[in-house]
Write a new protein. Structure first.
Length: 257
């Protein structure tokens, strides 16, 4: 069969346009395709919710790809092993309470299962701003990451969602935009993002799940972003808390939706 380059181009442009238009008004929009964001999207999609995720980088997975110091193994504790099992990610016991998984398999399987469940992921798109109505976060302002990187003066587009999830990890990017631009106080002790503390895996893994909750009306923190917002410690290459945080926020939002 002879291939026509124009037909190939038309197929991509037409398909992507439909996909993006369909993503401009949803139940939940997630910023950040690390493990917490993708797991959150998976459970929301499984519950039949219309959910989209925007990732600024070319690849998804956040810091999970690299395991610890680029050794592509991750550790998951007892409480989160059931999520690895639910996704079908192979894991093995190291010592009592510690389980190892291949980080490349973990990211790949979580992404594939989430997309197959109905999560729509858009990579290479950055959250530039938020949409605010009556002191509630009601949408995201988006631009291409290439525009941001090249510092081009190109106007963005806007999408609307009933709820927004900030899963941008250590930078807590959406929360900081809200703090800087909206005049809305966050649900923290200071009313602002408190910043993450030094590494303490035991405390960090517990607080990351507790802190994954509503930051302000319409906006939730999920994963490492939650500890950056509420002032908890980082936890390093143990990823159980990330998985549990995604599940928790999805459960909270399913109840509200």
């Amino acid at each position: 069969m002879a291939l026509d380059e124009i037909k190939i181009s038309k197929a991509i442009v037409e398909s992507f346009n439909k996909k993006l238009i369909n993503a401009l008004d949803v139940d939940v929009a997630i910023a950040g395709a690390g493990p917490a964001g993708m797991v959150c999207g998976y459970y929301l999609a499984c519950a039949g919710k219309k959910v989209v995720l925007f990732e600024r980088k070319l690849s998804v997975g956040g810091g999970m790809w690299g395991g610890g110091i680029m050794f592509n193994e991750i550790v998951v504790q007892d409480e989160a092993k059931r999520i690895l099992d639910e996704f079908g990610i192979k894991n093995r016991a190291y010592e009592k309470g510690y389980y190892l998984a291949d980080s490349v398999e973990a990211v790949s399987v979580i992404c594939a299962k989430a997309v197959q469940a109905g999560l729509r992921i858009f990579n290479l798109m950055s959250v530039e701003d938020v949409m605010v109505r009556n002191k509630k976060i009601t949408g995201l302002v988006l631009n291409w990451t290439a525009v941001e990187m090249a510092n081009l003066h190109v106007d963005p587009i806007t999408m609307r969602a009933k709820f927004i999830v900030d899963a941008t990890g250590h930078p807590a990017e959406v929360a900081r935009i809200v703090e800087r631009k909206s005049g809305i106080k966050l649900n923290t002790k200071t009313g602002k993002t408190m910043g993450e503390e030094s590494m303490w895996a035991e405390v960090g893994e517990n607080t990351i799940v507790k802190n994954s909750k509503e930051i302000c009306p319409g906006l939730y923190a999920c994963g490492m972003c939650a500890n950056a917002v509420f002032g908890g410690p980082r936890m390093g290459p143990v990823f159980g808390g990330m998985l549990l945080a995604g599940e928790k926020v999805a459960g909270d939002l399913i109840k509200k939706l």
